[in-house]
Design a binder for this molecule. Structure first.
Ligand code: HEM
Length: 501
């Protein structure tokens, strides 16, 4: 007997209806109503989407695995929320650079909205974002971002960092805080016109808060909050984050207030001054001033401070960990530095004569892959990309892991191999797929500053110290497993900084 025969006759129309609805539902999820094809992806279950098919602790890796099955453009559902993932160098570049308008908006998740209420640079869109980003870039350039003036500030900070490391006299210590303070001070000098002593309590708290916030933002409970914002007050991580934001605002407001009180329009000392002078100029000339207000100043400063501190510091920590882990690589860096620079102060113009060292810094950035999914983007207007229709407002993840580990671009994607950036004669070569700063119109605004900082901090430290595991710990025992937040940081572990001379 056929199984359909077993159904009571009266139920057959109902059954048929259910099957039809399911089939139509399936067709609808694959093709939009106008017959346009949506990206493929694993089948979602109601309410939870594909949450059970991914490992939220290493989401980037789960998404890389899914891209092997579904290709370079696919969709997943986090709960009911659809997310389009871009994977592989070719696809990420094509989307972010060649379709910059469509792929260049920021996704403002509920937690990002809580941070900045749509103001500032990182979590804003439209004209406001355009104006704030343009202003920040040109002001930071005026203050020498990536040029001589910031070189001096970084070199000054190198001396403080070296002095801090020297205190441990080659014994094991955690370099975590000192590196955070050093990176933060470079931004502070640009933002507020002054650096802070590493023992300054307000400064310590600001750096600590940013560090913690970046970790909390990447936590699973914040993912849950983004799906169900009403849960916020019940989630400890959300409450902690909100407290950090409020405390951060209080401290930055105080600093802005002090600068306002001593403002001299004839002498611009820092980013805050430049903003206040522009605001005053617009007010005096009665020009329409939509964007130069206190909220945009506060949040832009907080954005630059947070984005500029943790990323650069984390990368430098990875560089030093790799040196302790791979002593043969470190030896070649030390040798090159000794031959080319000797004991004088290293400067940015030395970079072109230090190809191996440059390659090591690039390879550290590639393998450390500290911002594995960039920051989420959103589709600015309907687009058909690689034959798939993606609707305005859809969340997009540019999967940087899949670019930095793309096996069609890198010879040894999963191992530490400075030769990725060297030609057969040992000269430095740029690689197109080197994209730790992302690409397109939302690409990192601080790239040139970050590159200068990494080069000067790294080379200055290696001129002075050799980095080793603590006594009794072998190189093999050093742990390269990252701690996962919105960025990937090294597992806390002590290293020794042994004086070379
Ligand atoms: C090694 C250090 C750094 C890395 C790896 C890094 C990486 C990134 C990445 C991946 C993004 C997201 C791009 C996207 O959404 O597609 C980003 C955005 C951003 N970064 Fe960086 N960054 C670094 C240092 C800095 C520094 C030093 C500053 C400040 C001077 C900075 C300021 C920003 C800002 C303001 C944005 C938001 C840009 C926008 O939304 O328009 N970053 N960065």
């Amino acid at each position: 007997m056929n199984w359909l025969d077993a159904l009571p006759l009266a139920l057959i129309p109902t059954f048929g209806l259910i099957v039809t609805v399911l089939v139509l539902g399936f067709l609808y999820s694959s093709f939009s109503l106008r017959g346009r094809r949506e990206p493929p992806g694993p089948r979602p279950v109601p309410l939870f989407g594909n949450l059970f098919q991914v490992d939220l602790r290493r989401l980037d890796q789960s998404l890389c695995n899914l891209s092997k099955k579904y290709g370079p453009v696919f969709q997943v559902f986090f709960g009911p929320k659809k997310v389009v993932v871009l994977a592989g160098y070719r696809t990420v570049k094509q989307a972010l650079v060649n379709h910059a308008d469509e792929f260049g908006n920021r996704e403002i998740t509920p937690i990002f909205y809580d941070f900045n209420k749509g103001h500032g640079i990182i979590f804003s869109n439209g004209e406001l974002w355009k104006e704030m980003r343009r202003f920040a870039l040109s002001t930071l350039r005026d203050f020498g971002m990536g040029r001589k003036m910031s070189e001096e500030k970084i070199i000054e900070e190198c001396h403080y960092l070296i002095a801090e490391f020297e205190q441990f006299e080659g014994k094991p210590f955690s370099n975590n805080k000192a590196i955070n303070y050093a990176a933060s001070n470079v931004i502070s000098a640009l933002m507020f016109g002054e650096r802070f002593d590493y023992s300054d309590k307000v400064f310590q708290a600001m750096v600590e808060r940013d560090n913690e916030s970046i970790h909390l933002t990447g936590s699973t409970s914040l993912l849950l909050y983004n799906l169900c914002p009403w849960l916020g007050p019940f989630l400890k991580h959300w409450r902690d984050l909100m407290k950090n934001v409020e405390d951060g605002k209080r401290d930055v407001r105080t600093m802005i207030k002090n600068l306002k009180e001593t403002l001299d329009p004839g002498m611009c000392r820092c980013f805050v001054d430049a903003f206040l002078i522009r605001k005053k100029h617009l007010e005096d000339s009665e020009l329409l001033n939509l964007h130069y207000h206190d909220d945009n100043l506060l949040y832009s400063v907080m954005n630059l401070f947070a984005a500029g501190t943790d990323t650069t510091a984390t990368t430098l920590k990875w560089c030093l960990l790799y040196m302790a882990k791979f002593p043969h690589v470190q030896e070649r860096v030390l040798e090159e530095l000794s031959t080319v620079v000797g004991s004088r102060q290293v400067r940015t113009e030395d970079r072109k004569n230090l190809p191996y060292t440059d390659a090591v810094i690039h390879e550290s950035q590639r393998l450390a892959n500290i911002v594995p999914m960039a920051l989420p983007h959103t589709i600015g207007k309907d687009v058909t990309f690689q034959g798939y229709f993606i609707k305005e407002g859809t969340t997009v993840v540019p999967l940087l892991t899949s670019v930095l580990y793309d096996d069609s671009e890198w010879e040894n994607p999963h191992s530490f191999s400075p030769s990725h950036f060297l030609d057969s004669e040992g000269k430095f070569v740029r690689r197109e797929a080197f994209m730790p700063f992302s690409a397109g119109r939302r690409a990192c605004l601080g790239e040139s500053l970050a590159r200068m900082e990494l080069f000067l901090f790294f080379t200055s430290l290696l001129q002075h110290f050799r980095f080793t595991p603590p006594p009794g710990v072998s190189e093999d025992q050093l742990d390269l497993t990252p701690v996962v937040g919105i960025s990937l940081t090294p597992t806390p572990q002590k290293l020794c900084a042994v004086r070379r001379h």
